[in-house]
Write a protein that binds this ligand. Structure first.
Ligand SMILES: [Zn+2]
Length: 73
């Protein structure tokens, strides 16, 4: 059963404060965004960065995003 939803951490680009964690469908996931987000630490709207929560998830998504590569052992 494939995991269709991933947790994405939204954080402030300037001070790195974690703003919130959102659950998004993988198909709709955008890690690069121009959206401005209110940062309570900076006390202003800032650019946000998005990161996938959990390293295993991000590896899995990366693998899913590319054609299969034969592992060299
Ligand atoms: Zn900030």
């Amino acid at each position: 059963m494939p995991i269709n939803e991933v947790n994405v951490i939204r954080s402030c680009k300037e001070c790195n404060t974690e703003i919130e964690t959102i659950s998004v469908k993988k198909d709709n996931m955008r890690l690069i965004t121009d959206e401005m987000t209110w940062c309570p630490t900076c006390n202003k709207d800032t650019n946000e960065t998005r990161d996938i929560a959990g390293r295993e998830d991000s590896i899995k998504i990366e693998q899913d995003s590319y054609p299969p590569v034969r592992a060299v052992e």
